[in-house]
Unconditional design. Sequence first.
Length: 216
Amino acid sequence: MISDSVPWRYELLRIARRLERKTLQEHWTERSSFRVEKDVMLAGYAMRRLLEARKISDSLAAKQVPVVRHQRIGPIPDFYNRDDIDAIYDFGNPVKDQVTLAHLTNQIIHSYVLVFSFDEVDAPYEGPDGIEVEGNYLFNGYFLASEKERMKHVYFLDAATLIALCRSIAVEDVVGVDMRRDTDGVMHISRVISSTDPEWMAKTQMKSPEAMRHYS
């Protein structure tokens, strides 16, 4: 169980900064792929750890994350073909969808399919010497699916969406926690409150700053 969420939030902020730089990187290498894969896996793990430890407000934990879903129309992905997503999923009929934060973290952590997506910025062209010059492509997101979900569809997660999500969790100000004992006398966290929750904002208008420091 996490007792201090600050190091995890700082890490999410660092991940957001690194991924943002990657979306502007024109020259891509195997090292680049390693770093981007490492950061998405770290982000998924950090978010799930914070969720399970109840270090994220209920309002943010309930956030619906926008994704694009592509149904499977080809063979079930396996170790041999799981990167050949064009032959497996229907990219001609994308479906806009939303998933919970918990569901997204599971897709990342248990990703069986994890393929990077790139936008073509400059198309290939023929140079003065007649040799084709490769165009420029910028990283813009991930195609991912867990071992279970891969049989039905693959999700596209926009890099900007993941970056914004990491930042929103990193900078969130949790100001209150409600606890209750169950019928067996075991203490549970029943609610986690953020400074942006309407209830808290209403209280800040009614109470003094001194009183706010003692709110729990």
